[in-house]
Design a protein. Structure first.
Length: 352
């Protein structure tokens, strides 16, 4: 992901915008484009630490074959291209944050609150959360709950809080490798633990990690965590087991465990929307929910004949944006334009 294209707002602020999109997967990203064509500014909220959603997180290297005019594209590359496509509309990203509540202000706007106390007020809300919010899978380690939130974490929300720490990072995917590389310069010590000497992360990240191991900058152990040692929520060591060395302790004061993600409907279930089979009921004219001003697109949308395809979500985003326009600009008449002939839109999108 090209970080230069992403403006990520620090948590805890108060923002006012036209639309807030919950979910920064492919459909949520494309919704920024469709809204932007109509002059509607958008903020994106996602619990993951990068845009792309399920595509980028669960199958970044798997080929996607049904994106029009593209014979084959990976989930990671599709996410990169969508981020690049919407850059001219200058969306604001709120990553590593979960929308936990939704209510209406006295002025009629929707107020979204995240778990990091970010407040976003918007005229319309677009739910594009796929099958729900991604939640970290907790490792099957006895007693791990005694250390959660104190010295054992399943995500990095604020990089600075790990400065000067003796960190054990568990996992072999992109998240484990990315944070191994990103925290190494500021941590006291980094130890990476994975059950096998093969990694699922990007090849470039694997190469960089191994270079740090070879230089002695970080430690790598091919082992599994069996149990934890510590008291009063503070970890002191992880007991691991390897095929070659048996059981032994690795001293540390912090553990970051990246054991994958699972999907849950999460706080969206409490937003007061009509829900069928863990999905949100919408109309098929503008993909509005049972609550005026709240729209749902992508896999989370429920309607007769629904197909859970990215290209279906793209179509839904286009119709949703026209419905949203009348809330954002109630006194304006929507002038439909084809991008092939709209010179102003072409100039904006191309950046010329």
């Amino acid at each position: 992901m090209n970080e230069a294209l992403i403006e990520c707002a620090p948590p805890g602020g108060h923002h006012i915008t036209d639309a807030v999109i919950i979910g920064a997967g492919p459909v949520g990203l494309f919704a920024v484009f469709e809204l932007g064509l109509l002059g509607i500014k958008a903020h994106l909220v996602d619990i993951l630490d990068r845009p792309g959603g399920q595509c980028a997180e669960l199958y970044p290297e798997k080929p996607i074959l049904d994106i029009p005019a593209i014979r084959s594209i990976s989930g990671a590359e599709l996410s990169v291209r969508l981020v690049d496509q919407i850059a001219p509309f200058e969306p604001t990203y709120h990553l590593n944050e979960m929308a936990v509540s939704l209510d209406k202000t006295e002025t009629g706007k929707w107020r979204i609150l995240t778990d990091l106390d970010t407040v976003i007020e918007a005229t319309v809300v677009v739910i594009a959360a796929g099958g729900g919010s991604f939640q970290p899978k907790k490792p099957p380690i006895p007693g791990v709950e005694d250390y959660e939130g104190e010295s054992v974490f399943f995500a990095v929300r604020k990089r600075e809080m790990f400065a000067g720490k003796d960190i054990l990072i568990a996992g072999g995917g992109d998240s484990a490798l990315d944070w191994t590389l990103n925290l190494q310069p500021i941590a006291k010590k980094i130890t990476l633990v994975h059950r096998r000497d093969e990694f699922r992360g990007a090849p470039d990240s694997v190469s960089k990690m191994r270079a740090l191991v070879d230089s002695g900058a970080i430690d790598l152990h091919i082992a599994q965590i069996k149990n934890l040692k510590g008291e009063a929520g503070q970890i002191a060591a992880a007991c691991v087991e390897s095929k070659t060395d048996g059981e032994y302790d690795i001293e540390c004061d912090t553990i970051l465990a990246f054991y994958g993600l699972t999907m849950k409907l999460g706080p969206i279930a409490d937003f007061g929307l009509n829900i069928t089979e863990n999905r949100i009921e919408v109309d098929t004219e503008k993909f509005e929910t049972s609550v005026p001003g709240i729209f749902t697109i992508g896999d989370m949308a429920y309607y007769p004949g629904k197909l859970k395809l990215i290209l279906s979500g793209f179509h839904e985003a286009a119709l949703m944006s026209h419905g949203a326009f009348h809330y954002v600009f109630p006194d304006k008449k929507l002038k439909f334009q084809h991008t092939t002939s709209a010179k102003g839109l072409q100039k904006q999108v191309s950046g010329d």
